[in-house]
Design a binder for this molecule. Structure first.
Ligand code: GDP
Length: 338
């Protein structure tokens, strides 16, 4: 089995659906492999530790080391440091609610992080030991003045990533949600609070000042863009908010892969978030969220009529064979629009 694409392809996405689509498939392309542009609106800092979850999940997928039980972190990683930190903090009564660092700390120092800086305790996301080593290395290289794009490429080289992974921007963009229980970073909402507050508004703070990197603009010179099966609001939203990206997409052939079956997301809060930002929920919202899309790949059981060329296939992705099947759906969609 192989994936044969005549066109140059760029994939845009977040940290679960898109890594599933690219996980361990590099060897299956008989043509050049796609470049991936990953969301950085989910990035956070704990203490000084800079974490870019969607970029990392794409890197780990491209290097074949992603934990495919959880679809985040590194397979077979240990969590000794996280456990030790939790134990120590518990014994001192320090593990409480997420603690934002003071306002002045949000914007001073390292320019890549703003409005997403938490204290190191509690560390409400779980980092495996090897995973943490990557965050430590990344933070050090950023502090030496390298861009997130360069650092990501170097980490990709160290891990043996077989696809190029690009952060959407080197400028900070923080996805904040305004809820019935106050405003908070998306990671606090989703990880620390398990998505329980009701979201009233979604903000991509920093996005108006953020620019696409040269690497991203060059990748968007490809013939075809595939919008991965990712959350249209919090994974694609920040990417599309970066100046210059939508303009490029309007000029390309764009195939969107649905992260939904009808109104239901395969996982995560995408449906609720679409409702919060007043998009039609689920697959029907894809053409509103992605007005530049030329065709859509939907699940074989999805009855949505999008008024666009639509290819149907089984969209549940667990294995590289599943991902390959979806890529064949993308190729079929391309044939329909070309
Ligand atoms: P995250 O929000 O940063 O974790 O990353 P994404 O936005 O990439 O992933 C979340 C989206 O992936 C959700 O909207 C899910 O519905 C979608 N998703 C998860 N698993 C699958 C799958 O197996 N197939 C498809 N088509 N979508 C999936």
């Amino acid at each position: 089995m192989s994936i044969s694409l005549d066109a140059e392809v760029v994939v845009l996405g977040g940290g679960t659906g898109t890594p599933k689509l690219i996980n361990e498939i590099a060897d299956r392309f008989t043509s050049s492999v796609p470049t991936v542009i990953a969301n950085t609106g989910d990035d956070v800092e704990f203490g000084d530790l800079f974490v870019t979850p969607d970029v990392d999940s794409c890197l780990f997928a491209a290097a074949g080391i992603l934990d495919t039980e959880r679809w985040w972190g590194i397979e077979d990683d240990t969590e000794q440091t996280a456990d030790a930190l939790r134990e120590l903090a518990d014994s001192l009564g320090l593990n409480h609610e997420p603690n934002y660092r003071p306002t002045t700390h949000q914007t001073e120092g390292r320019p890549i992080a703003a409005w997403r800086r938490f204290e190191a305790i509690p560390e409400f996301m779980t980092f495996g030991d090897r995973d943490r080593a990557i965050h430590r290395l990344r933070t050090t290289l950023l502090d030496r003045g390298h861009s997130l794009t360069t650092v990501t490429q170097r980490i990709g080289d160290a891990l043996g990533a077989e696809l190029p992974i690009l952060p959407m921007s080197d400028d900070p963009v923080a996805t904040l949600v305004h809820t019935d229980d106050g405003s908070m970073h998306f990671q606090e909402f989703w990880v620390a609070r398990r998505g329980t507050p009701t979201v009233e508004e979604v903000e991509f703070r920093g996005s108006t000042a953020a620019t696409a990197t040269d690497a991203v603009l060059q990748a968007l010179d490809a013939d075809v863009a595939v919008i991965g099966p990712s959350n249209p609001v919090t994974s694609l939203g920040p990417i599309l908010a970066v100046d210059g990206i939508v303009d490029r997409l309007k000029e390309m052939t764009v195939i969107a892969v649905s992260p939904f079956i009808g109104a239901r997301a395969f996982s995560g809060p995408a449906a609720d978030l679409m409702e919060a930002v007043e998009l039609p929920v689920g697959t029907p919202g894809l053409t509103v969220a992605y007005p530049f899309a030329d065709a859509v790949v939907t699940d074989v059981t999805d009855t949505t009529d999008l008024g666009l060329p639509t290819v149907q296939t089984d969209l549940r992705i667990e294995t590289p064979d599943d991902a390959e099947r979806v890529w064949h759906g993308v190729i079929q969609a391309l044939e329909e629009v070309s």
